[in-house]
Design a protein around this ligand. Structure first.
Ligand SMILES: C[S@@+](CC[C@H](N)C(=O)[O-])C[C@H]1O[C@@H](n2cnc3c(N)ncnc32)[C@H](O)[C@@H]1O
Length: 233
C-alpha cells in the first residue's frame, strides 16, 4: 500500500476507511459541507472522524452546555450539537457574518436550531459577556490561532471542575516547533502551550493527528479545580 500511495493519500484513505466503518455519513452533514463550499467558505472544518470524536466526548461527559469559538459553516457545531441532550444548549461564536449565515442554514437543516445559537462578532469581545451563561461543560476553541491564548484563558474562566477544553490545530504541519519564526498563528499556539502548562487549574495533553486534514493535532484539557486567578506565566 505504501508503495502505491504517497503519505497524504495514505492518511486520507485510512480516514476514509474509518469513516466507512465507524462514522456514518448522513444527509445533514454532507449538505453542510456542500452548502459551505458553494458559498465559498474555506474548507477548514474538522474531518468527519474528528467531528465524531467531539460528539462522543460531549456525550461521554454528559455535556449540557457547550461553547464553540470559531463556527465557519457549522460542521463541527452540528457534531457537537448532536452530543447534547434535547434540552442542551450550544453557543457558537463567529466573526464573519457570511460564515454565520451559512452556518445557521446548515444547523437548521440538521434540526439543531432550537438548541444552537450562532453569535456574530469577534470572540475577544463576546467572551466576557458569557460569564452569566456558563459554566460550560465543553469548550471547543477553533478560531484564529493567534487568539488562542486569550480564548484559553476565557475558557477556563467559563468552566467548572470537570469541564473539557479542546483546542484544534495545535501542530500546524510541525511549525509548532518553530520558536523563533514570525508566523503569528504558531506564536499563538506556543503561547497557549506555555499558559496551559503553567495553569494548575487544568490538566491537559495533546495528540498529533494525520489524515485528510494533513499533519496537525489537538490539545485536550480537563478543568480540575474551580476557576481562580490566572497564573502569571
Ligand atoms: C477553522 S474555522 C472553524 C471550523 C469549524 N470549527 C469546523 O470545524 O467546522 C475558524 C473560524 O473562526 C472564525 N474566526 C476567526 N477569527 C475569529 C474571531 N476573532 N472571533 C470569532 N471567530 C473568528 C473564522 O471566520 C472561521 O470561520
Amino acid at each position: 500500500m505504501k508503495l502505491l500511495l504517497n503519505t497524504d493519500d495514505l492518511w486520507t484513505a485510512i480516514d476514509g476507511y474509518f469513516e466507512d466503518c465507524l462514522v456514518s455519513r448522513d444527509e445533514a452533514l454532507e449538505a453542510a459541507l456542500t452548502a459551505s463550499a458553494k458559498a465559498g467558505l474555506p474548507q477548514i472544518n474538522v474531518a468527519p472522524n474528528q467531528g465524531k470524536l467531539l460528539m462522543l466526548l460531549a456525550r461521554a461527559i454528559g455535556a449540557r452546555r457547550i461553547l464553540e469559538i470559531g463556527t465557519l459553516g457549522g460542521y463541527s457545531t452540528i457534531w457537537l450539537g448532536r452530543g447534547l441532550p434535547p434540552d442542551g444548549k450550544l453557543i457558537t461564536l463567529e466573526a464573519k457574518p457570511q460564515h454565520a449565515e451559512v452556518a445557521r442554514g446548515n444547523i437548521a437543516r440538521a434540526g439543531l436550531d432550537a438548541i444552537v445559537e450562532v453569535r456574530v462578532g469577534r470572540a475577544q469581545g463576546m467572551l466576557p459577556s458569557l460569564a452569566d451563561e456558563g459554566p460550560f461543560d465543553l469548550i471547543f476553541i477553533d478560531a484564529d490561532k493567534f487568539g488562542t491564548p486569550g480564548y484559553f484563558q476565557w475558557a477556563v474562566k467559563l468552566s467548572r471542575p470537570g469541564s473539557l477544553i479542546i483546542v484544534d490545530n495545535v501542530v500546524r504541519e510541525g511549525a509548532l516547533l518553530d520558536a523563533g519564526g514570525g508566523d503569528p498563528d504558531v506564536q499563538g499556539m506556543r503561547r497557549f502551550f506555555d499558559l496551559a502548562g503553567a495553569d494548575k487549574r487544568v490538566s491537559g495533553t495533546a495528540l498529533q493527528t494525520v489524515g485528510a486534514k494533513g499533519h496537525d493535532g489537538f490539545a485536550i484539557l480537563l478543568v480540575t479545580s474551580e476557576p481562580g486567578p490566572e497564573p502569571s506565566a
